[in-house]
Design a protein around this ligand. Sequence first.
Ligand code: NAD
Length: 499
Amino acid sequence: MQELSHFITGKRVKGTSGRSADVYNPALGEAIAKVPLASKEEVDAAVATAAEAQPAWAAANPQRRARVLMEFVRLLNRDMDKLAEVLSREHGKTLPDARGDLQRGLEVAEFCIGAPHLLKGEYSESAGAGIDLYSMRQPLGVAAGIAPFNFPAMIPMWQFCPAIACGNAFVLKPSERDPSVPLMLAELLQEAGLPDGILQVVNGDKEAVDAILDNPAVLGVGFVGSTPVAQYIYSRGCANGKRMQCFGGAKNHLIVMPDADMDQAADALVGSGYGAAGERCMAISVAVPVGEATADRLIGKLIPRIEQMKIGPYTAGQDIDYGPLVTATAKEKVLGLVESGVGQGATLAVDGRGFALQGYEKGFFVGPHLFDRVTRDMEIYKQEIFGPVLSTLRAQNYEEALGYAMDHEYGNGTAIFTRDGDTARDFAQRVNIGMVGINVPIPVPLAYHTFGGWKKSGFGDLNQHGPDSFRFYTRTKTVTCRWPSGIKEGGEFSIPVME
Ligand code: NAD
């Protein structure tokens, strides 16, 4: 079995805590590697060497730092196939989807090549008599990121690319479920010229996370994962005086208006509901058709599409629509929620229970499920399922549909399918959700905009990537400057005011 490591000060380093976790190939249901789980001492040592390396990196001009990222982008493209293969093996997603995971991270690296422009400060000449004022953006020092299993390439890159472009050192704690790709990304950055210690990868679980949150040298932390953990990390980090951004779970509604192109809506729903086996924070998990006739037409179009879907291991090639869930526990949880939906009276229009794949009996595959006539008191509606299960909640009119999306405690993404500009505009304006799609089912903003949910999907003030990430990973310092010629007349005893 492969022994994984940490990546500290430019090289792979074995764990010393004596604790480790199994990493699985979810398609086979077999453990393929062991990942070390860092102790508090190992985390503190990684933070200390990062803090030592950081001032020299911050002193390098931003263009030099950007050039490292430029080379990183080239190397990542060079190794794309190899990285995608490792990503699929540990996560289970299809190869095209693994490439998408890498590509969406890479686009943020490309955005961060603009660091010299993004880090420019502000200047006010003659703000008072002989006084000039300027503001500059300085790195925090050491920042850290804690990542989820479902985008093992994209989310770490969303975190560390802007952080290092701003001149920080960064300590990354990847998910213990699929830690190989983050280690490979750290090696690529080193090959691209990143100085040792500027990106440390520390593998681990809660113990490592708590050590990051309690280390006074870590001044900012980005977290992405489930909501209960996001809330916990946000409070502990804030209590320790750190700058925090924590992104949590989701329950994304897609509203289908009676005038929508029903084939387009059905295609969008199967792709966004079942792609990556539903293990995406921007997956659509609730379809809200408006009107009984719309609902019947939609269900009629969804059923054959869902029944034709191909589920299998990433090794089966391009034909596969989605792969296994990440762990046996995830599979158990999803199937348990399906049972609760049936028990609470929802109509199981497509029943994926009992799905089996010859030769992969031990794999964590779950067949696709479609629920109709779901109501808001049901667990399948209240909870994030994070599996290939789409719920249909019928609404009588637009206001009711909008209310469903607005009343849910999560607020990551949502979408509306309609041909009517007025309804679409009203929806985008009023809905209390961070990312909105109009005839687009997974509205993940591009790298130069920002990504973040509202309500229980996001805690903290600044979003991921885009200009917000440069604000998150820097502090503003403002200098008020007057040169000696201004005090020729002697000391001034009252506060200076603008004349
Ligand atoms: P998770 O919350 O179980 O784990 C995320 C990270 O937190 C991991 O690195 C894990 O080691 C660590 N962690 C887990 N439990 C902890 C604890 N008790 N204390 C401290 N650290 C702990 O999430 P996951 O299962 O890896 O990822 C799936 C979740 O992430 C879903 O809820 C999904 O919606 C969410 N997600 C959100 C976004 C977003 O941008 N909003 C993006 C991707 C995934």
